[in-house]
Design a protein around this ligand. Structure first.
Ligand SMILES: CCCCCCCC/C=C\CCCCCCCC(=O)N[C@@H](CO)[C@H](O)/C=C/CCCCCCCCCCCCC
Ligand SMILES: O=c1ccn([C@@H]2O[C@H](COP(=O)(O)OP(=O)(O)O[C@H]3OC[C@@H](O)[C@H](O)[C@H]3O)[C@@H](O)[C@H]2O)c(=O)[nH]1
Length: 392
């Protein structure tokens, strides 16, 4: 037996181990998704409902912004305030906020205009005045693209137990049929790849937080220096979660998903967002440079079919096709769990969107390795190893 043969056997065994781990991730995500998502939690008694300060950082407008912001004025919750933050005084979002504030005078809402520079992260600088003015111990950071149902805040608060410091809504989408195939593609991405990692992470206690809609206690954040330390990173959401869990609190997934509802959707802008997120992740957690591609269907399928043929003599083409079919069926199952109702698109659209996502995944990951400059809204940032940023 040659050294090359021993090396190939060792490599094949490692690949089969990684392949089995991928199936474990699918299984964990499906089981945890069924158990956690869309569960009815008992509503806390009125005296257990804490006040919540909702912070809404806004940059610019889109055709859905009015409806998205209005949904917050209609929340069924006894004690909340909405703190809108607009960084630029010529931003048309100001008019929308003012109009809604006039329309719903009984809702406690305030508007903060202009940034206070405390860190490189633009979103944090936009939110900081509201953070400092917030009346309540519980804060909800809610991105501009989020639309809520009347009972969503109640659901989030129901997840906030005494040992819990943070309640995160897993990103998903409102149904936006008018926006065409791009909105199908986005849904498929968020209900398969993203949901698998997020559900897997929360099920096993690994930080997989996306901060577009998250409720948290401010006490551990203030003790760690407030928002400024988080703003040294672009992944301020990940670091917020880490700060709260390091203070001894749990971070849990909310039973409802975050309904993104931006008024624009195109495959190109979606790819740019996914590349930016991938850039954030690999700067923050460099081991993901290797692990992420290995959690992708096509690459792992190719590696595993070679390894299984090498070890057991089973046809690699047969293994590859079975691998794709099983992965596809498990992704479809997860999509149905996350959607929790009839799909707003046909099975054919799902197949096309799924194939497109799986085949383009590696290409998009490679794009994210091309440079360390990230463009986010109107600013450019340089990402350093460890995830810290400098403004360019
Ligand atoms: C042999 C295969 C090993 C596979 C290991 C798993 C590798 C993880 C694969 C993909 C990670 C994708 C994460 C998607 C969700 C994150 C979305 C996101 O980028 N959000 C950013 C913007 O809001 C945020 O700032 C970044 C956060 C970093 C998240 C890191 C997530 C790691 C998740 C690991 C889950 C492991 C689950 C194991 C279950 C058995
Ligand atoms: O400079 C900025 C950039 C962004 N923002 C606000 O931050 C929120 C999120 O911005 P976008 O919608 O552009 O970005 P994403 O949805 O991709 O953000 C997501 O990924 C990156 C994380 O750091 C964010 O916290 C997360 O929400 C919006 O409400 C936006 O208005 C600012 O207030 N200032």
């Amino acid at each position: 037996m040659s050294v090359e043969h021993y090396f190939a056997v060792g490599l094949a065994i490692v690949i089969v181990g990684g392949w089995l781990f991928d199936w474990l991730m699918h299984t964990v995500a499906i089981i945890y998704g069924i158990r956690r998502l869309h569960r009815q939690l008992p509503t806390p008694s009125p005296e257990d409902l804490p006040g919540v300060s909702i912070i809404k950082p806004l940059v610019g407008v889109d055709p859905h912004l009015y409806a998205n912001l209005e949904s917050f004025f209609k929340l069924q919750y006894p004690n909340f305030e909405i703190l809108f933050c607009v960084q630029d005084e010529s931003d048309p979002a100001i008019m929308i906020v003012q109009k809604l504030m006039e329309l719903y005078p009984k809702v406690d809402a305030k508007l903060f205009i202009g940034i206070k520079y405390i860190c490189p992260n633009g979103k944090i600088n936009n939110m900081i005045k509201a953070y400092e003015a917030a009346k309540n111990e519980n804060l909800l950071i809610s991105d501009s693209c989020i639309k809520m149902n009347e009972n969503t805040l109640m659901e989030m608060v129901s997840c906030m137990k005494p040992d819990v410091g943070m309640v995160v809504q897993m990103p998903f989408f409102e149904n936006r049929p008018k926006l065409g195939f791009a909105s199908v593609y986005e849904k498929v991405y968020f209900a398969t790849f993203n949901a698998r990692s997020t559900l897997g992470g929360f099920a096993t206690g690994i930080n997989a937080c996306t901060g577009m809609s998250c409720l948290f206690r401010r006490e551990p954040v203030d003790k760690a220096g407030g928002l400024a330390p988080l703003g040294q990173y672009l992944s301020e959401d990940y670091v917020l979660n880490r700060t709260i869990t390091q203070a001894g609190y749990k971070s849990v997934l909310c039973t409802s998903t975050a309904q993104q509802n931006s008024g624009y959707s195109s495959v190109g802008t979606f790819h740019k967002r996914i590349i930016r997120w991938s850039q954030l992740r690999i700067a923050l957690l460099p081991h993901l440079i290797i692990l992420e591609p290995l959690s992708e269907c096509m690459l792992m399928g190719a590696c595993a079919s070679w390894a299984i043929e090498y070890l057991f003599g089973i046809s690699s083409m047969g293994v590859f096709l079975m691998h794709i079919l099983l992965w596809f069926l498990l992704d479809y199952t997860l999509l149905r769990i996350v959607e929790n109702g009839p799909l707003p698109f046909s099975k054919f659209e799902f197949v096309v969107a799924w194939l497109m996502r799986e085949t383009l995944a590696l290409f998009l990951t490679l794009q994210s390795h091309r440079n360390t400059i990230v463009k986010w809204r109107h600013k450019k940032y340089k990402l350093n190893w460890g995830g810290k940023i400098e403004e360019v």
